[in-house]
Write a protein that binds this ligand. Structure first.
Ligand code: GLU
Length: 194
């Protein structure tokens, strides 16, 4: 059986709010309940909005709650990995350049993208509502979609647990998994805290 590995992947663009902390806590609890690993991944690919101070606040908030991480990664230190994976997609001819950015070409042959979400059960999106999306921005940094799929795969994440606001990103992520020929993790989309 594969070891459970979860991740908390905040963007250091603001002070962690209750929704972030709930995501961190649930990921921690799932990993530890299964004797697995809990990973902190700082998603600082938005260079204009990310700050060092917010990275410190993220770490402090986890420490204050004793949510001990087993590993930590920072996406801006992993740019070579995203570039290498862009080359793989170029080789497969499923990306194209648009101005200076790179877009993923959405294959309209598959009419629906579906997955079995551990909270929502069967979720499905028609592909015709998904535009050819940017994976590498004109500044050379990856977008959230590209970086999170490459990292979730390379970090052997078994459960992607995050807020419901990311549910409409999941079909794009599944298209990337398919393009790379990778098995996707399990998806767990949590309702907002009211
Ligand atoms: N960086 C995203 C956030 O700030 C992470 C979303 C995800 O967990 O995939 O919430």
């Amino acid at each position: 059986m594969q070891n459970v590995r979860t991740r908390y992947a905040p963007s250091p663009t603001g002070i962690p709010h209750i929704g972030n902390i709930r995501t961190a806590l649930f990921n921690y609890l799932l990993a530890k309940n299964q004797e697995g690993e809990f990973i902190l991944r700082i998603e600082d690919t938005d260079q204009k909005r990310s700050t060092k101070e917010h990275i410190l606040t993220i770490r402090e908030s986890l420490d204050a709650l004793s949510l001990k991480r087993d590993e930590e990664f920072i996406q801006s230190e992993r740019l070579d990995k995203y570039r290498k994976h862009l080359e793989i997609l170029k080789g497969k001819k499923i990306v194209y350049q648009d101005q200076k950015a790179w877009r993923f070409k959405v294959d309209n042959d598959t009419s629906q993208i579906q997955w079995n979400d551990l909270v929502h059960n069967q979720v499905s999106f028609p592909t015709n509502v998904i535009e050819d999306f940017v994976i590498i921005k004109s500044d050379g940094f990856p977008t959230y979609h590209m970086a999170s799929v490459v990292d979730d795969h390379l970090m052997n994440i078994t459960h992607v647990m995050r807020g419901d606001e990311w549910i409409s990103s999941t079909p794009k992520h599944l298209l990337l998994y398919k393009a790379f020929g990778w098995t996707p993790p399990l998806f767990v989309h949590l309702p907002p805290i009211l």
